[in-house]
Write a protein that binds this ligand. Structure first.
Ligand code: GLP
Length: 233
């Protein structure tokens, strides 16, 4: 694992941008994208860049179950606001959180990932070490699935909602095996609330109880974080 420690989130976003620009210029065609606060500065850089995404495909990690794409807390809405409005892709895929048949939505998403192998996958990390919404205990060989969110994730994500009762209780999420199949992975983590997760991801045993620890087994992972997030390493 390569670790780049930056002064703050803004310089972290600029570092991540350099990697994205380089990979795109070198022929990356499928980007795996993430939501959350960590990638916002990267998306601002991408949105204001002169990079052209019209021949690229994006595949997002996850979407809340039950939220309409027009709901401003949905990940569809987030991606439109932060990137797609400024930079349309040839195709942009997200799970359909309103699908009435979850099993066929999960199968549809796995097929999309199979048909579009991910060149560069962006990740954040939850305080408990989750990646996408793959919570502790998720099998490492998982593909797309519906996830029941843990109380700690519901609480962490309640900051984006008017009240904790509005936070959806489940999500459709790319599995850990799908994430691991990406050729290259960039993970962003800023702030001291990520200390525990970073330490256990980098130094801890590789265990399904700490989903991000599997990244130790991936051949090309770059972690971009600030000093607060790495202070326990
Ligand atoms: C959510 C998302 C994850 C994200 C995590 C951390 O749970 N599903 O993909 O990595 O939040 O979010 P943040 O970057 O806001 O700390």
């Amino acid at each position: 694992m390569k670790i780049i420690v930056t002064k703050d989130k803004i310089t972290g976003g600029a570092q991540a941008f350099k990697i994205f620009a380089n990979e795109i210029q070198n022929g990356a065609k499928v980007l795996g994208l993430a939501t959350g606060s960590s990638p916002i500065e990267l998306y601002q850089e991408l949105a204001h860049s002169d990079l052209n995404f019209s021949n690229l495909t994006s595949i997002n990690l996850d979407e809340y179950v039950g939220l309409d794409p027009k709901n401003d807390q949905s990940y569809h809405y987030f991606m439109n606001e932060h990137l797609f409005k400024a930079k349309p892709f040839k195709h942009s895929y997200l799970p359909n959180g309103l699908a009435s048949d979850t099993a066929s939505e999960v199968a549809r998403y796995d097929q999309i990932i199979k048909e579009h192998p991910i060149d560069l996958q962006l990740l954040g990390i939850g305080r408990n070490g989750h990646i996408a919404f793959n919570e502790p205990g998720t099998p490492f060989d998982s593909t797309t699935h519906e996830v029941k969110l843990t109380q700690s994730t519901i609480e962490a994500n309640s900051r984006f909602f008017d009240s904790i009762d509005e936070v959806p209780k489940s999500a459709i999420c790319m599995g850990i095996a799908s994430i691991m199949s990406a050729k290259k992975i960039v993970l962003l983590a800023f702030g001291e609330k990520k200390r525990w997760a970073i330490k256990h991801m980098v130094e801890g045993p590789v265990t399904e109880e700490m989903p991000a620890s599997i990244l130790q087994k991936h051949p090309d992972v770059t972690i971009i974080c600030d000093k607060a997030a790495v202070q326990d390493l």
